[in-house]
Design a protein around this ligand. Structure first.
Ligand SMILES: [Zn+2]
Length: 1120
């Protein structure tokens, strides 16, 4: 495949440089790089001194993003202006406009008129890539009221979906509920509705049945928790239900629809009369949600009543196939659906788009072939699909994922669609062993070749001209001379003959060895150092933490990251302990015993020793071991309960500064730092602020001291990883500021107890110490003319509008970048992104890692909607929202998300979908999971906390999500639920997941649920005794210990299989997931139900079905 195929057409080269006909010179000014001196080679992102420039404190992000964003016509008034101000506690650098919401102009009468004509979507625009996927999920949803305030029919009994009050424990009765922390002891809210699963167990539905749209509803049993039970007045589940589920998504050949043969059941007359259809929806339009409606006039047959449910033909083949291109299909077909499906009173959860099915389909369709990156604008397989990547000129999706791989050509189009244009970038992503790490290219003293004007690095999209003597920049169109040593002849296609010998000419990702010009102070860096800083106050000693940690460190020090085949790590280590004062240790190899030096002047922190503080582990091993043996003893009798925190960071940073190296601080901390010192904090937790305008203060740091400190750390390349062991409120929002701004990580072990939490802490620590980190990094994202990076999300610091500064960056962290138009894009040339990360490797080598990605551009909205990636969209939207809560009331943030989602879908409906009844909810194929996933974000703990969620938990999750990759947000918001006892015990494959809803649970089975942070095993009350025995080594259900966190090691196939599965799930995630065993109807079950995200949540979050209806209503409002 020709990696250059997307490069701009070769211009007439004989021309003098400055003026290039056909290229938009005028837009150079908008290029990010244009501010850099146009003449210097080898200077990264402009002058090196920029590195140490220290902007005024509290500097807010300047123009491009702080002005009125071009994309919005109306801004939700929510605290804009506070963005980007570090003084405000914003760790981000976003635009002042937090929210850009735009109601579609109401000029398109919709409602009662037939839909607007379909925009033609010439399929030829996409002659490559995966088949277009725009099957429309149509769902006819009747008017169901849904909102946080409306409580849909409470189930009559037992399913645990009662109104919050029926279950909600008084706040505090569920302390440290273990969702993020680990104190399952003593929580125990009474579960008031107990009979749930026992007697009338709903018929279990297994995954395969999802393929049928309307599974016979045996007896109307309580199988739909949120929908069952008597309908409340004013609440109707009636009306035409969802009628074209997503399960028609097995991969039929593109353009295949032949509706005549695919209709299930009686081929009801296709209702082509829109007017008649509307009758069924008038109620909705009026906002009246009366009792279940009768026959839908246009459905051809009277409402048959419940019996019809039982006679639903549901086999998948009876349904219309996936419609890969709805717009290639004459419009009436949409309505040629099995009429009986339109006449149900309830929305069958099986009939609405299923995440499980979508994931399954993608695995089946795309898991077998490697994803080859040579084609521009190709949407990669989902993050949940296992696939290999072959780099043929574009960066692997492991490094960059985009919300859309086809960008609207104009900002008007982008505004209309409201689809955020963003890339989630994980520059140092770890690759599976089958995939090669990026090649390291060494250009010697001359350094990497760059564009003189915009400073972009040589990449496969650069166009060589004039026989190879010059190249034209694919980002800014500047013509550059090729240095003599880099010259090479071109072949007849204009390609350099050595293209495939040079990674930078043929691959999407590669590294350059940096020259001294790219180094701070024009000096090559020293290897980094790790400093372990251990809280030795009373709580830390008493919990056993200090002893455990010191013991573990002895062996961990042999696993410091090393480069390539190096025998030992180049990283030096140092040790500090502290409570109200700091103790430094001299562990020089020549000493017989370590020496302690106490610094009690915490207000003016200095490092009392240079020589002997940072040492090589192997050289000083004996002294270090001796120290680690002594620390627990030295402080065994401490009565000191108070701690400091900011001085600890300061000390570590000063030590690195004195050693002239970058590095990482590992801080193990237990309590709110109330001792008199800089950064002293007070307990300001106040749950009464929830749902008030002041709620945002709970997420903001309570002092600006930590931002200032973070800035110093970043300048020094000092990354801070924080391990918290709180017994009560520690103000995570404030303590995590420095880790967040330095690219570090925060771990939290609430109510730490050695016996319960040892495994998790040790595992996390081991992984954290061992992981490869790039230090003292700067990242810049360059774009081709027409779009530019305007906003950034993640754990980093920015002192200007373009350079993302990362004191440290590991292989798990992402930086999310949002793009906006600043000019018109060109379909032919597409759009190109180049992410350049300058960093110091663990061995102290200065390098540049380059990732390139070319995207398509479109003039038809349908092409945008065909090439979106919902998982990435959700990742972006969650980060956007989670940053929004720093400055806006949480409700505003939620409303903004809902509106944006509705706008995205309404725009599709209006411009891309075939005309159909307004009563149909039509979702673009690529986005059919947008509502369900968005609902999960909306009801997440940050945006809609339950009573058991603490302020610290929320702050903790908020900062975690900020740098999550797409796979992590995917499972975090929509947990994976696996039946453990359904598949044959011999089967070696992972059991197929089921949807995260209580109705999918059978009381005769055992399930595992994980979301990347938490891991549950749920045991049904009716599980066979033999199974209980095999797994838990007790004779009956009642003897299983609720809250158990370790499964007994038993020598039988089931036990081995389940423990093996847990191990493999843990290995897949970046953090150790502690297991909690939950028994059906046990008090702990509430914890577990929190993660059944398709159900209505106790904190008031809508069920999936309800939310879909709500979304439909919003869309209709936008279109009417
Ligand atoms: Zn350029």
């Amino acid at each position: 495949m020709n990696v250059n195929q997307s490069a701009p057409p070769v211009p007439p080269y004989g021309q003098p440089q400055p003026v290039y006909p056909g290229y938009h010179q005028s837009s150079y000014g908008g290029q990010p790089g244009s501010t850099a001196p146009p003449n210097t080679y080898g200077v990264y992102n402009g002058p090196v001194p920029g590195y140490q420039q220290t902007p005024p404190p509290g500097v807010s992000r300047a123009p491009p993003s702080s002005g009125v964003p071009p994309a919005s016509t109306a801004q939700v008034p929510c605290g804009q202006g506070a963005y980007g101000q570090f003084g405000q506690g914003d760790v981000q650098n976003g635009p002042s406009s937090t929210v850009q919401m735009q109601r579609l102009p109401g000029s398109q009468p919709f409602g009662s008129a037939p839909l607007a004509p379909v925009v033609s979507q010439p399929a030829v625009l996409q002659p490559y890539g995966p088949p277009p996927t725009s099957a429309q999920v149509t769902a006819q949803l009747a008017g169901m009221q849904i909102s946080g305030s409306v409580t849909p029919a409470p189930p009559p009994s037992g399913l645990g979906y009662g109104p919050p009050t029926s279950l909600a424990p008084a706040s505090g009765s569920f302390p440290n509920a273990g969702l993020y922390g680990s104190c399952p002891q003593g929580q125990a809210p009474p579960l008031s509705q107990a009979q749930g699963h026992s007697g009338a167990q709903p018929p279990q539905r297994s995954a395969p049945q999802q393929a049928s749209s309307f599974t016979p509803q045996a007896s109307g049993g309580p199988r739909m928790p949120s929908m069952t039970g008597p309908l409340l007045p004013g609440q109707s589940f009636g009306g035409p239900p969802v009628n074209q589920p997503n399960h028609v998504s097995s991969p039929p050949p593109p353009q295949a629809p032949h509706p005549g043969t695919q209709m299930a059941g009686p081929p009801g007359p296709p209702p082509s009369m829109h007017s008649s259809q509307q009758q069924g929806y008038q109620l909705q339009q009026n906002g009246s949600f009366g009792p279940a409606r009768g026959p839908q006039p246009n459905y051809g047959s009277p409402y048959p009543g419940a019996p019809a449910f039982g006679s639903q033909p549901g086999p998948p083949q009876s349904l219309p196939p996936k419609r890969l291109d709805p717009d290639a299909i004459p419009s009436p077909q949409l309505n040629e659906l099995p009429p009986q499906q339109k006449t149900r009173h309830r929305i069958d959860p099986d009939a609405i788009p299923s995440p499980i099915q979508v994931i399954e389909d993608d695995r089946n369709n795309r898991g077998s072939e490697p994803f080859v990156t040579g084609v521009r604008g190709q949407v990669p397989p989902l993050v949940t699909t296992n696939f290999l990547v072959k780099d043929q000129g574009n960066a692997s999706p492991r490094y960059i994922r985009c919300t859309s791989y086809n960008i609207p050509c104009t900002s008007d189009m982008a505004k209309q669609a409201q689809v955020p244009l963003a890339a989630v970038i994980k520059p140092l992503a770890r690759l599976p062993p089958e995939e090669a790490s990026p090649y390291l290219v060494d250009h010697g003293e001359s350094g990497p070749l760059r564009c003189n004007r915009c400073k972009a690095y040589m990449c496969p999209f650069m166009q060589f001209v004039e026989g190879g003597r010059r190249f034209q920049c694919c980002f800014c169109s500047c013509i550059n001379d090729v240095p003599p040593q880099y010259f090479q002849h071109l072949d007849h296609t204009g390609k350099r003959v050595d293209a495939y010998d040079r990674p930078e000419l043929s691959l999407g990702s590669y590294e350059f060895l940096a020259t001294v010009d790219y180094c701070k102070n024009n000096k090559f860096p020293s290897p980094p150092a790790f400093i372990f800083m251990i809280d030795v106050s009373y709580n830390a000693i008493r919990s056993g933490l200090v002893r455990l940690l010191c013991e573990e460190l002895k062996s961990l020090l042999d696993f410091l990251p090393r480069e390539g085949g190096a025998e030992e790590s180049a990283i030096r280590v140092g040790f500090v302990t502290y409570n109200k004062v700091l103790h430094f240790y001299n562990v020089k190899s020549s000493l017989a015993q370590p020496q302690m030096m106490v610094v009690s002047d915490v207000a003016d922190m200095f490092v009392p020793l240079l020589d002997g503080f940072l040492v090589n582990v192997n050289e000083s091993r004996a002294v270090i071991i001796s120290l680690l043996d002594q620390i627990p003893e030295m402080f065994a009798d401490t009565r000191e309960t108070e701690t400091v925190f900011a001085p600890v960071i300061q000390a570590g940073m000063e030590a690195l500064k004195a050693a002239e190296c970058a590095g990482k601080l590992f801080i193990f901390h237990t309590s709110l730092p109330i001792a008199e010192a800089p950064g002293k904090l007070k307990n300001r937790d106040d749950r009464k602020l929830i749902n008030t305008d002041k709620e945002k203060t709970l997420f903001q740091p309570q002092t600006g001291a930590y931002q200032a400190l973070a800035k110093e750390c970043v300048a020094q390349g000092c990354c801070v990883d924080l391990f918290l062991f709180p017994n009560q409120y520690v103000d995570v929002a404030t303590l995590s500021v420095v880790p967040q701004l330095t690219g570090g990580s925060v771990y939290k072990y609430t109510c730490f107890q050695v016996e319960n939490d040892q495994e998790r802490f040790m595992s996390d620590l081991r992984r954290d110490v061992e992981k490869v980190v790039g230090f003292d990094a700067v990242m810049r994202v360059r774009t081709s003319t027409g779009i530019r990076a305007v906003d950034f999300f993640g754990a980093f610091y920015m002192s200007n509008t373009t350079d993302v500064e990362l004191a440290g960056l590991d292989g798990e962290k992402t930086v999310t970048v949002e793009f906006k138009h600043d000019d018109r894009l060109n379909e032919e040339s597409g759009a190109i992104l180049q992410c350049a990360l300058l960093y110091t490797s663990c061995a102290g080598q200065r390098r540049l890692r380059i990732h390139n990605l070319a995207l398509n551009c479109c003039t038809q909205l349908a092409d945008l909607y065909r090439n979106c990636e919902t998982d990435t969209l959700i990742n972006y939207m969650a980060k956007f929202a989670y940053r929004g809560v720093l400055n806006s009331p949480v409700k505003t943030v939620r409303d903004t998300l809902i509106t944006q989602c509705a706008q995205i879908l309404a725009c599709y409906r209006k411009n891309c979908a075939s005309p159909s009844s307004a009563g149909q909810l039509i979702l673009p194929e690529c986005m059919k999971l947008l509502p369900v996933y968005l609902n999960c974000v909306l009801k997440s703990d940050v945006l809609q906390p339950g009573a058991e969620v603490t302020t610290d938990d929320r702050a903790y999750v908020r900062q975690l999500v900020t740098s999550m990759d797409v796979a992590e947000t995917n499972v975090f918001f929509y947990p994976r639920l696996l039946p453990l006892t359904k598949s044959p015990i011999e089967s070696t494959t992972e059991p197929p997941a089921i949807r995260a809803s209580e109705e999918r649970l059978s009381n005769g089975d055992i399930y595992l649920l994980e979301n990347g942070l938490n891991l549950f095993i749920w045991v049904g009350a009716g599980v066979q005794q033999g199974v209980v025995q095999s797994l838990f080594s007790v004779s009956s259900f009642s003897q299983i210990t609720s809250g158990l966190s370790i499964l007994p090691v038993l020598d039988n196939p089931l036990s081995k299989k389940v423990r093996g599965l847990i191990d493999s799930l843990r290995a897949q995630r970046s953090r150790y997931m502690k297991l909690i065993v939950v028994k059906q109807e046990d008090k702990l079950e509430m914890l577990f139900k929190h993660f059944l995200v398709e159900d209505k949540s106790l904190s008031g979050g809508a069920s999936y079905v309800d939310f879909l209806c709500h979304m439909h209503k919003e869309i209709r409002q936008l279109l009417s």
